[in-house]
Design a protein around this ligand. Structure first.
Ligand code: KG4
Ligand code: ZN
Length: 344
């Protein structure tokens, strides 16, 4: 493998941290040959959220067919794969273990290196696939179902955590509020669509930790405020204006994220901001960040919708850059459900 041109290296990526079973083949660092995603969303929708035990079982059923399809669609053979990158955390332990076991088995059977990938770093690296000219350093705003964080990406393997959420993640708040409004799981896209029809100034919801220099987030107060508002409207017998609630709630989240992101960009002296994680698919957030980036003369980039939510191409990309720095895993690699994004 030493002899192989870096641009020709084939990385198989595997992702199974939550409710998507995904496998991808990447050529070099940024050329996505395939990115197969088998989503379990319709299965979990009946329960209003992801049921961990069901997720693990579905991953077991799906993982090998998804890997086979990724290899086939890439037009290669399993034996051509040079390295295997797999998400080992954070996520649901049972779900993660399915991907980790498959990744370890394949790396062993093919006698190729194994690379354990942090899912959150993977979300950031989705940007390298959408914007192939993107290079560090840049500031990353990571907003997913489980995490909200500002990360200063100083190099491919050098990160500084500027701040993260103290309680709920942004996506979690979207999902919980949608659930109370009777909207199906996952709530983010539903609120996003509903918000377009509402007035974002109709209800003044709180914005937490807005003081200068604070890069931590808190969405539990906002979540409670929205839930209290809905309860009090119900008690008064008023009909809920769901579009106004969605627009006002989303506005409050977007303003906090935007304000902190550009403060962090300025503090770190960066000229580029990237968006990452499932909530990056939010059209209101993307539009607001783009507008603000224009005002500050900051370059703004975000992944295409399919690369925003969970997928294995972003895991393969992260794995490729880890491998370049020799950051491999051994076959004792285990799932780490509470894995965090720390300074490196
Ligand atoms: O990154 P992701 O696919 O999974 C995690 O790693 O958590 O993020 C899923 C989250 C869910 O909370 C979902 O509601 C949210 O991303 N999401 C959105 C949108 N699309 C997905 N939130 C707001 N607006 C959207 N358009
Ligand atoms: Zn994710």
């Amino acid at each position: 493998m030493e002899q192989k041109d870096q641009q020709e290296i084939l990385t198989l990526g595997i992702e199974s941290s939550c409710d998507e079973t995904s496998a991808a083949v990447l050529k070099g660092g940024r050329d996505v040959l395939s990115n197969i995603i088998s989503t379990q969303i319709p299965i979990h929708q009946k329960f209003g959220g992801v049921v961990p035990e069901i997720a693990s079982r579905k991953h077991i059923v799906n993982i090998m067919p998804v890997i086979d399809e990724a290899v086939r669609e890439a037009g290669v053979e399993l034996g051509d794969i040079d390295q295997v990158a797999v998400t080992y955390g954070p996520g649901l332990v049972g779900a993660l273990l399915v991907g980790v076991s498959a990744g370890k088995s394949l790396a062993y059977a093919l006698d190729v290196p194994l690379i354990g990938v942090n899912h959150l770093e993977g979300h950031i690296f989705a940007n390298f696939l959408s914007d192939t000219a993107l290079e560090p350093p840049f500031m990353a705003l990571v907003v997913s179902g489980g995490h909200t964080a500002l990360v200063d990406v100083r190099g491919y393997n050098e990160f500084r955590m500027m701040g993260q959420t103290r309680d709920d993640a942004a996506g979690e708040a979207f999902d919980k509020i949608a659930r109370v409004m009777g909207l199906p799981y996952p709530g983010g896209p539903r609120i996003d669509a509903l918000a377009k029809e509402g007035n974002h100034l109709a209800i003044d919801f709180p914005r937490a930790l807005e003081e200068k220099g604070n890069y931590e987030f808190s969405f539990s107060g906002l979540k409670s405020a929205v839930l209290n508002y809905i309860n009090s409207e119900n008690m008064k017998g008023h009909e809920l204006n769901k579009a106004d609630i969605a627009a006002s709630f989303q506005h409050s989240v977007i303003e906090v994220l935007t304000h902190k992101a550009f403060e962090a960009v300025a503090e770190a002296g960066r000229d580029t901001l990237v968006l990452a994680g499932g909530v990056a698919a939010n059209s209101g957030l993307e539009a607001r960040l783009r507008e603000e980036a224009g005002k500050h003369g900051v370059k703004f980039s975000y992944p295409s919708k399919i690369l925003c939510t969970d997928n294995a191409a972003m895991i393969a990309c992260r794995g490729y850059y880890q491998a370049q720095a020799g950051l491999y895993s051994d076959h004792y690699l285990n799932a780490v459900p509470g894995l965090t994004l720390t300074d490196k």
